[in-house]
Write a new protein. Structure first.
Length: 81
């Protein structure tokens, strides 16, 4: 069961971020969200990025909670802003 499904436009933006490099944390977050969208398990994603499952869940929860923001803002801004 998927945590969420990305909208086609969000998927395209996240792919561009993941491909173009840039800041490491944002690239890693984009990759995690894309892998989850491709129905990889949280455990698989956590192993790929060498983080805990809880960290992967936190990225997904934060993305979902901030879904009203444009994808780039959602990914790049800190949670407290």
């Amino acid at each position: 069961m998927a945590l969420f499904r990305l909208a086609p436009r969000a998927r395209k933006t996240l792919r561009q971020i993941a491909r173009t490099g840039g800041r490491g944390r944002e690239v890693r977050r984009a990759q995690m969200l894309l892998w989850l969208d491709q129905l990889e398990t949280v455990q698989q994603v956590a192993e790929r990025v060498r983080l805990s499952r809880q960290a992967v869940y936190a990225v997904a929860r934060r993305y979902i909670a901030r879904h009203a923001l444009p994808v780039t803002q959602n990914l790049f801004e800190r949670a407290g802003r």
